[in-house]
Design a protein around this ligand. Structure first.
Ligand code: PLP
Length: 451
């Protein structure tokens, strides 16, 4: 069935690889190698098909965004239909009714009184938007001195200047240091192999690391701090799981000092954690949630921020004819993205996707931890329907073993995702026990091949 959709095979010389400057990619390696095995021509369900016709199992659901698998007929149909209804509606001063309906539906699944939704086109834009809202909120409340943001080491919050400033990935930061937001401080990361290697689910050790926020408050004074931003579960750095009680403690310290807590749920949102958001999965209510990716199964770019009603209300003062927040994007609530999101939410509800991810997560935990004892495996982590396997680096060449493992995976029909020497797995919700088994055994064979 799928083969019928696949384009004709491409010869190695058919494509000019030079003009496309690939994002987050080793361009020279890719282009000189002309790797036909990673030119993806089509996608259906849990599989990509390369230009050579090889099927690759989608071990990370695209980039964490295609959690239902590819080409879901209801989403495809909704987007096609929307193109005929309205291809574009301006985002400022007018709106399509469907954007209001979507905001209402998102408010319904968000925790507590987070019920005001601002739309963006990506996770990076969602993060920068949340930081702007936090700054403006404090200013409007007469606390304009609250300008500092607290991020976390190893955090990933996209690639905007705001996101890299609060983020804690050195490769994203060092090049752009002069242009970063001043006055940002960072919590310590919670990834500690000595204390928590091979933990299943949330590590028992590490809640005290949240108390470092008290130290940071004592250093800068609470009156200078606007917000703390963390990913409930850190995905991009390789499934770093919050220690038991860690997020609660952050919440309590933020409350004590009038600091907003932002959960960057770009990866955690829409089911992956076994609930609608990480907030519910971990039982902690933030003040702002950022989302993107799975809101519409990665089909049309969309992100956004969900705010507590009190935050929104703070903005709703001043003359009624005035714009309250000077911020927005041409494509905020783009009709195609909105249509895709409605269809996605239908499916998430009807097919109880968060619950099913919870069940898949338990299978992933068992399967992933069976890799303990394989050569060079120094940690295995899991959370919700996601797991990561960390390998020790080749001496003096961090990242090379990860790259080789990725290439071994391709040979075995697996599209793996690696960051450094860690591979992350977060397959689509449609993954069968047999597919999960094949994925883990292919990872096992690949780990042995790069030993
Ligand atoms: N925030 C988090 C937690 C992410 O994981 C990502 C992307 O992986 C982003 C933000 C950035 O999203 P985007 O690539 O859509 O800008």
């Amino acid at each position: 069935n799928h083969a019928a959709h696949s384009p004709a095979p491409l010869a190695a010389t058919d494509l000019n690889l030079d003009p496309y400057w690939m994002p987050f990619t080793h361009n020279r390696y890719f282009k000189t190698k002309r790797p036909m095995d990673r030119l993806l021509a089509s996608a259906k369900g849990a599989y990509y098909t390369t230009v050579e016709g090889q099927q690759l199992f989608d071990c990370l659901s695209g980039l964490w965004c295609s959690s239902l698998g590819h080409g879901h007929p209801k989403i495809v149909e909704a987007v096609k239909r929307q193109l005929d209804i309205a291809d574009y509606v301006p985002a400022f001063q007018v709106a399509s009714p469907e954007s209001f309906r979507l905001a209402e539906r998102l408010a319904d699944v968000a925790p507590a009184d987070l019920n005001r939704v601002f739309f963006t086109n990506s996770g990076s834009e969602a993060v920068d938007t949340s930081l702007k809202i936090a700054l403006a909120y404090h200013r409007l409340r007469g606390e304009a001195s609250r300008t500092r943001f607290i991020g976390r080491e190893k955090g990933y919050h996209g690639v905007g200047f705001g996101g890299i400033s609060v983020g804690g990935m050195v490769a994203n930061r060092k090049m752009f240091a002069p242009a970063m937001i001043p006055g940002v401080d960072h919590l310590p990361h919670t990834h500690n192999l000595k204390e928590m290697a091979f933990s299943r689910g949330q590590p028992a050790w590490g809640a005290h690391l949240a108390d470092d926020l008290e130290r940071i408050v004592a250093l800068h004074d609470a009156s200078t701090i606007a917000a703390v931003i963390v990913e409930p579960m850190q995905g991009s750095v390789g499934v770093v799981v919050p220690p038991v009680d860690y997020l609660n403690r952050l919440r309590a310290i933020c409350d004590k000092h009038g600091i907003l807590l932002i959960f960057d749920e770009v990866i955690c949102g829409f089911g992956r954690m076994g609930d609608w958001f990480g907030a519910q999965a971990f039982g902690v209510v933030p003040d702002l949630i950022t989302f993107a990716k799975c809101v519409n199964n990665g089909t049309v770019p969309m992100g956004g921020v969900i705010a507590r009603q009190g935050i929104y209300d703070t903005f709703m003062t001043g003359p009624e004819h005035m714009v309250e927040l000077f911020h927005g994007y041409t494509y905020s609530a783009h009709p195609l993205a909105v249509a895709a999101a409605h269809a996605t939410l239908d499916i998430l509800h009807e097919e109880e996707v968060p619950k099913r991810f919870g069940a898949l997560g338990r299978q992933i935990e068992e399967a992933a931890h069976s890799l303990k004892g394989e050569p060079n495996v120094i940690d295995i982590r899991n959370c919700g329907a996601a797991a990561a396997v960390e390998l020790s680096p080749l001496p003096g060449q961090p990242g090379l073993r990860g790259l080789r493992l990725f290439e071994e995976g391709l040979k075995r029909g697996m599209l793996l995702r690696f960051t450094g020497d860690t591979i992350a797995m977060a397959p689509p919700v449609v993954t069968t026990p047999d597919e999960l088994h094949r994925m883990i055994e292919a990872v096992r064979a690949s780990i042995r091949a790069v030993a």
